[in-house]
Write a protein that binds this ligand. Structure first.
Ligand code: URA
Length: 280
């Protein structure tokens, strides 16, 4: 990278970090350091949320076994058809009938079916249930800022949740609820076949990775998600925006930003001009 580009990237990062409320330049961008040079996460960081019941048996992640798993990104018509068919299957099977919900409508997910990046949250909240769209409440506003900070627009990515129905009192999804809904999420992600996945918070990270690790251990480290036979996708767990809003410290925001920097680097996005925080 030449000096002028580097300069622009650094200024872009600084401005974007500022947009997220961080008042100093993050020390780590992931570009030129190796893993051993990264600052280790503070041991005092509180656990993000607790899952009601730990999985009794943690199975290794299975590849999503869908015949539509690897539809080429350019074949939007086939992707649309596969996504509609999957949604119809979900509606017919209604896995949420097996647990208590507080929903008035399904929140399936939205965004570009050609997205290179997929964000996965845990479950719709009140506003999401009202609008039938994921991440449109306070957490959604922060997520949108994060996406914008990455030099992307909301419409460029795909956003969905593990659960498609609002839990009562916005409760954290139970292990059973996750088990019932996760197969549909796997197929949904398989149709999208993105270049990277960002899981937001503990339930989404555990659901896709089939692990009982803590968020503090998981976040900021690339994982491998088995998408289909012989096809894997890098997955970056990071904090849920609701957690960031509850713990609105420079440290938390910088941690999330550093995670997103790694995603940008992986997708080759960092050098792109960011229209929201343009430096020109
Ligand atoms: N939190 C989530 O996990 N998902 C949403 O859609 C909204 C808030």
């Amino acid at each position: 990278m030449d000096d002028a580009t580097l300069n622009r990237v650094v200024r872009q990062h600084a401005q974007t970090a500022q947009l997220l409320g961080v008042d100093f330049v993050p020390a780590y961008t992931g570009r030129s350091r190796n893993v051993s040079q990264r600052p280790s996460p503070p041991s005092t960081t509180p656990a993000e949320v607790t899952i009601n019941v730990k999985p009794s048996v943690i199975e290794p992640p299975k590849a999503a076994c869908s015949s539509s798993a690897m539809i080429p990104r350019g074949n939007l018509a086939a992707r649309e058809q596969a996504m509609s068919a999957l949604r119809a299957k979900y509606e017919a099977e209604a896995p949420h009938q097996h647990f208590i919900t507080a929903h008035t409508r399904l929140v399936w997910g939205e965004g570009s079916l050609a997205a290179r990046l997929v964000f996965v949250g845990e479950a719709p909240g009140e506003e999401e249930d009202r609008q039938g769209r994921p991440f449109v409440g306070r957490s959604g506003q922060l997520l949108e800022k994060m996406i914008l900070g990455m030099g992307l627009k909301r419409e460029d990515v795909y956003i969905c949740n593990v659960l498609k129905t609002r839990p009562p009192n916005n409760a954290t999804p139970s292990t059973r609820e996750i088990e019932l809904c996760e197969p549909y999420l796997r197929e949904q992600v398989a149709i999208l076949a993105p270049d990277a996945i960002v899981t937001l918070g503990l339930p989404a990270s555990r659901a896709l990775l089939h692990t009982d690790e803590s968020m503090t251990r998981m976040r900021g480290r690339w994982r491998t998600y088995a998408l289909a036979e012989g096809h894997t996708v890098p997955l970056m767990p990071t904090f849920h925006p609701a957690y960031v809003l509850r713990n609105y410290t420079v440290e938390t925001r910088t941690q999330v930003w550093n995670d997103l920097c790694q995603v940008m680097e992986r997708l080759g996005l960092a050098p792109r001009a960011n229209p929201a925080v343009s430096t020109t």
